[in-house]
Each structure stands twice: as structure tokens, then as C-alpha cells.
Ligand binder design. Structure first.
Ligand SMILES: C[S@@+](CC[C@H](N)C(=O)[O-])C[C@H]1O[C@@H](n2cnc3c(N)ncnc32)[C@H](O)[C@@H]1O
Length: 282
């Protein structure tokens, strides 16, 4: 458990992940009925962009820093508004000094009937996350192994909602773990929306992951890949992906508007690309 998200918060991968997440939450809000978001690898919730960790990598400057400065055409601006508004609310004193991680970003978007379960295994990070949500009766923070939570907490009693699975990918076998746990979770709750994050570093591993997902037989798998540079010879994060299970029917069209604009704002070297592909249909 060496991975600390504070070094990476607000980078290009966070921007894409959180922008898509915001569209999933906005879709769930179209019906009055309450829903629950379960974040299995939640992090600490609030990130100080002036911290030593953020300063050491400077990654946020190539992510939310760039997007904040970008001129967006109206359709893209409208789709990104819920996400950008959450970032603005974190920075109500102006500027860009703090970044909301996934649980806090989601929390900004919830209505009073909706709930959030945020799970974090690292003891100190879980304590920080609990402090962020202290006194918030809509949010439950649990110090627990997120993979276990995928069994124990599904389906949620609301029977509507979304599960974000965003592991650190610091151990071997994380792609396989993701597929196996999706299989298990989907058996328990086939109707849930799932968003699975993955790194694009090792292209062979990504190809094997996609093949393994297809082989599960789980229907309705939409794969979003976002690359900011061509494949580099030394392993570095050249891109990131998100597989959405049971995506809202509106999502693909929204992505085709949003992703080109995000790519223009965040890509660092060409050729690089974004793609949206169905790994499995109905
Ligand atoms: C990529 S970060 C999460 C970032 C967060 N989802 C966001 O978007 O703001 C991964 C987190 O998972 C935590 N973690 C690692 N192994 C875990 C496990 N088995 N269960 C739950 N959390 C875990 C790490 O401590 C780290 O905070």
C-alpha cells in the first residue's frame, strides 16, 4: 500500500475519470428515486494542490490546471459543468488550490435522497476521508478492502446506482483482479452501473484485459480509452481508460462531444487518441 493519490490528484487521468463519473451521476438524477454511489477505492477526498506531494510531480497542472484555462465550446461546457462546478465549489475563495477526489466530487452532485459509500483501506487515508465527511449523514466512509465491499455491499438497498472501482495498480495481477471482481459483483447486482478505471502503460496488458472482459459474457460494456502521448519505451502513464458496464444510453453521444475537447486540452504529444468502443453490446 505505497500508492498515495496526493501525487496524482487532478492529473489528466483524474479529469477524464471524474468528468465521466459526473455524467453517470447526472444521468441517475434524471429520476426522483434515490440511488447510491459506491466508491471502492476512494482515496482521501480532498487534495491540496499546493502540497509537497502535488508540487513534486506537478501532474495537476497538465490536468485540471489546463482544463481550467481552456476555452470550451458551449455543448462541451454544458456537459462538463457539473464536474467543473464541483471543482469551483472546492475553490470558493477563487483560483485553483484544492481538487475534489472522486467521493467528494460525487458528493457535490448528490441530491438529498441519494447516498454515498466511500471505502478506503489505507488506515490514515480512511481517517482523513472520515474527517472530510464528518457529520454528513448521506455519506458513509468505511475502512475496508474495496474488493470485499464489492461482495458485501451489493446490491445496495436503493437498487439503483453506480460503483466506481479505481484501484492503485501497484501490484501485479490488478487487471485480473478487476475482471474477477466485476464478474462476482455483476452476479450479485447485474443492473448496477460500474465504472472500472485502468492505466494505459503496458498495451499488451490492456489488450489482455479487454479480451478477458469480453470473455466474461457480461453484456453492455463500453470502453473509453484516452491517450495523451504515443506509447513510450519506458513505462509511464501514456493514457487511462474507463470501462463502463450498463452505461446510460446517453453516455456514448456525450463522450463523443466531450472527449475531443478534453483531448485538445490535455494531450501532450501526437500521435495520441481517444476511443470509445463497445466490448460487448446488449
Ligand atoms: C487511485 S487511488 C483512488 C482515487 C480516487 N478514487 C479518486 O478518483 O479521487 C486508489 C486508492 O485505493 C486505496 N487502496 C489500495 N488498496 C485498496 C483496497 N484493497 N481497498 C480499498 N482501498 C484501497 C489506496 O490507498 C488509494 O487511496
Amino acid at each position: 500500500m505505497n500508492y498515495r493519490h496526493a501525487y496524482h490528484a487532478g492529473n489528466f487521468a483524474d479529469v477524464v475519470k471524474h468528468a465521466v463519473l459526473s455524467r453517470l451521476v447526472e444521468y441517475l438524477k434524471q429520476k426522483d428515486k434515490a440511488f447510491r454511489v459506491i466508491d471502492t477505492h476512494a482515496g482521501i477526498g480532498r487534495y491540496d494542490l499546493a502540497s509537497m506531494e502535488a508540487g513534486k510531480t506537478g501532474e495537476w497542472q497538465g490536468g485540471i490546471g489546463r482544463l481550467f484555462e481552456a476555452a470550451l465550446e458551449p455543448r462541451t461546457a454544458a456537459l462538463l459543468e457539473p464536474y467543473l462546478e464541483a471543482v469551483r465549489l472546492e475553490n470558493s475563495d477563487g483560483g485553483l488550490r484544492r481538487y475534489p477526489g472522486s467521493p467528494l466530487m460525487v458528493r457535490y452532485l448528490l441530491r438529498k435522497q441519494d447516498r454515498l459509500t466511500a471505502i478506503e483501506l489505507h488506515h490514515e487515508d480512511a481517517a482523513r476521508l472520515k474527517a472530510v465527511f464528518a457529520g454528513d449523514f448521506q455519506t458513509r466512509v468505511i475502512e475496508l478492502d474495496g474488493w470485499l465491499a464489492l461482495g458485501a455491499h451489493l446490491p445496495p438497498k436503493e437498487k439503483r446506482g453506480l460503483v466506481l472501482v479505481d484501484p492503485p495498480f501497484e501490484e501485479d495481477g490488478e487487471f485480473e483482479r478487476l475482471v474477477e471482481n466485476l464478474r462476482r459483483a455483476h452476479r450479485r447486482w447485474p443492473g448496477g452501473i460500474y465504472a472500472l478505471w485502468y492505466p494505459i502503460k503496458d498495451r499488451k496488458a490492456v489488450a489482455a484485459f479487454r479480451a478477458a472482459l469480453k470473455a466474461t459474457g457480461i453484456p453492455k460494456l463500453l470502453d473509453i480509452a484516452f491517450e495523451i502521448r504515443p506509447a513510450s519505451s519506458d513505462p509511464s502513464l501514456d493514457g487511462s481508460g474507463l470501462v463502463v458496464v450498463n452505461p446510460p444510453f446517453t453516455l456514448e453521444a456525450e463522450l463523443r462531444v466531450m472527449l475531443p475537447a478534453l483531448h485538445r486540452a490535455l494531450a501532450v504529444e501526437q500521435p495520441s487518441r481517444w476511443t470509445v468502443e463497445w466490448l460487448a453490446g446488449e
